[in-house]
Design a protein around this ligand. Structure first.
Ligand SMILES: Nc1ncnc2c1ncn2[C@@H]1O[C@H](COP(=O)(O)OP(=O)(O)OP(=O)(O)O)[C@@H](O)[C@H]1O
Length: 358
């Protein structure tokens, strides 16, 4: 078993409120990602679960038992940090074996555990080498194997892939997902990288300024963001938000445009709204009835696609287009909108008006 539940966590450092009532439920065996920008309180949340800091308020339950007052050592959790130095004089094998040796596990058990973990991380051939004979990425794999070789109640991981180059990070995302599946262990994984969160998590908790904005599957968080902040934080390029209001059968933009009002748009006539449009749900090629007039503002070629910026009144729409798209800034264009996939928010509260009904 490895359930982790925290309730109403509060923690201030002097005048900084790092956690302002964080409640999370991590099911046994989940790959649970806590996603948020720098300073959101992610590390503080992990440290609270591990029992490393005294809390101002709140509780931590492990496997259903109140562990709030337990010392870190008896919580049976393994913390994996972004910087984990290897012992330079020891071989990779000895490094990986060290946590089990420290616990005086039998030699046969240690050998089997090292073999299994090095197989999962594809480092069998490196076991006799010392850290100085390994590349950075290989060292990181050995370090990860050393962290994962134990079988604690749950693994708490604080941005463990941050120091890797992009290619290796992408590879390790796949590896970690595979390792998680094969270990069947509970992972609580902290990151500020939304791609990491969306690609690896079963469940994502989005954290901002010490408060949980939304918890859901990656699809739920991306497709049905609870508010404008989550909508803007998750997704690249960021979602475009256009000021508008509903008027009978139409949405009317502050910039003067009109679009047919989608069936799910339950807003009151005149209510100040923000229409959220993701770049992939827009097109500069004419395809449908719903479209917005604009002016081409800029092109950002990204290899496999080009992001086209279109100015609509005072607002910029980001449109994902084919890499072959061409255009000249200042050119008049129309942006076709897939309204079935659009999002609507209350402009005052920022809360979604469409998330529940979709
Ligand atoms: N020991 C400390 N003393 C003072 N302030 C702290 C301490 N630890 C954290 N904070 C503050 O608490 C807030 C939350 O910090 P935390 O490290 O949990 O954020 P984070 O989401 O993990 O950020 P990052 O992604 O940058 O690691 C920040 O404003 C931070 O400056």
């Amino acid at each position: 078993m490895g359930t982790v539940a925290v309730q109403g966590l509060r923690k201030s450092f002097g005048r900084v409120r790092a956690l302002d009532g964080v409640t999370l439920d991590v099911p046994d065996g989940a790959f649970f990602v806590v996603l948020g920008p720098s300073g959101a309180g992610k590390t503080t949340t992990l440290r609270a679960i591990a029992g490393l800091d005294k809390l101002d308020a709140g509780s931590v339950h492990l496997d259903g038992r109140d562990a709030t007052a337990d010392a870190p050592a008896v919580r049976d959790l393994a913390m994996v940090f972004q910087n984990y130095a290897l012992y330079p004089r020891h071989t990779a094998y000895e490094n990986i074996a060290s946590p089990l040796r420290a616990r005086r596990r039998p030699a046969g058990e240690i050998a089997a555990a090292v073999e299994r973990m090095s197989g999962l991380l594809h480092i069998e051939r490196l076991l006799h080498r010392r850290p100085a004979q390994l590349s950075g990425g290989e060292m990181q794999r050995v370090a990860l194997a050393r962290a994962l070789v134990r079988s604690p109640r749950a693994f708490l991981m604080d941005e463990p892939l941050t120091n890797l180059d992009l290619k290796l990070r992408v590879e390790m995302r796949t590896e970690l997902t595979r390792i998680h599946r094969s270990l069947g262990a509970t992972f609580v994984y902290v990151t500020n990288d939304q791609v990491e969160a969306l690609s690896m998590a079963d469940q994502v908790a989005v954290l901002r300024e010490g408060t949980v904005q939304q918890v859901g599957t990656p699809t739920e968080v991306y497709e049905r963001p609870a508010n404008t902040w989550v909508a803007g934080f998750v997704g690249s390029p960021p979602i475009s938000l256009l000021a508008c209001h509903a008027e009978g059968d139409h949405l009317v933009g502050a910039a003067g445009w009109t679009l047919p009002r989608p069936r799910w748009a339950t807003a009151k006539d005149g209510q100040a709204l923000l229409l959220g449009l993701r770049a992939e749900d827009l097109s500069v090629e004419r395809r449908g009835d719903a479209s917005l007039p604009g002016e081409l503002y800029g092109l950002e070629p990204l290899g496999d696609r080009t992001v086209v910026d279109v100015r609509v009144g005072a607002e910029i729409l980001k449109v994902k287009a084919r890499p072959t798209v061409t255009g000249t800034p200042g050119e008049q264009v129309r942006v076709t909108v897939d309204l079935g996939r659009a999002h609507l928010f209350d402009a005052g509260t920022g809360l979604s008006l469409s998330a529940a009904g979709r």
